[in-house]
Design a protein around this ligand. Structure first.
Ligand code: Q0T
Length: 329
């Protein structure tokens, strides 16, 4: 990737702006502005707008680490993650219905037309759903909060596991470990399956667990064929009404992106310790090296950290989708 040779192009204005030649990266989109369209929420990475009765997700190039959005973005990260998510929605469509709408109707398209540059390749038009207030987490490997829980209790979210497992070890079988969404920006809280039943109902809990494990089985088998271990991931589901008063569950949010999942290269997998992050390791290493206290304001990133990180996201995109670049996105 030639862009690494031109770190000054990342933020500078001297780069014959906007022509997007192969020689340089475009600038990161840190924040969307869709004029008078109602902004419903800004997440760490994505901005959510109302579009009539439906919703528009726009994935920006923001990146978070150690629970903070950093001062620099990763050019095209929002496009890359949107295309990865779109790939998985299509791949999984016979396993689970999803919230994607097939096309933007002409009146909405007219409203969005002035903002094509901000939206191209990084936006998703989706059905408004009644979201279930649980994160559906599935773990095939023992990492992150699962490893912490196991070390302290011998179980993860109340699911007993064999003794003597190593950090990052493959589990005897994938486990469903739901979490309750914490609205105040804190971490989601792991809950037991019985607690989940109390929140969404016994039948819905069973169906969300079944779907989560079925999606993980299909996706992890595919990822493995591409040399990637899908260690764990998190899904969000909602309920949409059908014509005639019934309804059905949809897979919503983003799906199986590096932001919502742990991917590890099979090649360097070594249980017995933490695995390097596929996408954010250069970022974490840099933030540790400069001794940031992990309190706001989060630092900006040097150009070489930005470009190497961008290349990791592109690598995940290429491995998973089989496509070489974002053209056509
Ligand atoms: C949602 C209704 O706020 C969120 O992201 C930050 C920008 C997460 N979130 C998603 C919804 C969805 C979805 N996905 C949907 N289809 N319908 N709400 C709400 N918050």
């Amino acid at each position: 990737m030639l862009a690494t040779a031109f770190p000054s192009c990342l933020r500078g204005r001297n780069c014959a702006g906007g022509s997007d030649t192969v020689l340089h990266m475009s600038e990161a989109l840190l924040k969307t502005d869709l004029g008078s369209l109602p902004l419903l929420a800004r997440g760490k990475v994505r901005d959510l707008y109302a579009l009539g009765d439906d919703l528009l997700f726009v994935a920006t190039d923001r990146i978070s680490a150690f629970d903070h959005v950093l001062g620099s973005g990763i050019p095209d990260k929002g496009k890359i993650l949107t295309q990865i998510s779109a790939f998985w929605f299509e791949f999984l469509k016979d396993t689970v219905a999803n919230h994607l709408l097939p096309s933007v109707p002409p009146p909405a398209a007219a409203l969005l037309a002035p903002f094509t540059k901000q939206l191209a390749g990084r936006s998703m038009f989706v059905r408004r759903a009644r979201m279930f207030p649980v994160e559906c987490v599935v773990r095939g490997y023992l990492s992150g909060s699962g490893w912490k829980d196991y070390r302290a209790t011998g179980a993860v979210c109340g699911i007993a596991l064999p003794p003597g497992l190593l950090e990052a070890e493959k589990l005897p079988e994938p486990i469903f470990t739901p979490a309750a969404k914490v609205t105040t920006g804190g971490h989601d809280e792991n809950i037991s399956y019985a607690q989940m039943e109390a929140i969404v109902g016994v039948e819905t809990a069973a169906e969300l667990r079944r779907l989560t494990l079925a999606i993980y089985a299909k996706a992890s088998e595919y990822a493995a064929a591409k040399g990637l271990i899908l260690a764990d991931t998190k899904f969000e589901f909602g309920w949409v009404e059908d014509a005639g008063g019934s309804g059905h569950i949809v897979l919503a949010d983003e799906v199986l992106t590096p932001d919502s999942s742990r991917y590890w290269p099979e090649q360097s997998y070594a249980p017995g310790g933490p695995q390097p992050s596929f996408d954010k390791q250069f970022v974490r290493d840099y933030l540790e090296a400069i001794g940031w206290n992990k309190r706001a304001p989060a630092p900006a990133l040097p150009g070489n950290v930005v470009s190497r990180t961008r290349e990791k996201y592109m690598e995940a995109f290429r491995l998973l989708t089989g496509r070489n670049g974002l053209e056509g996105a």
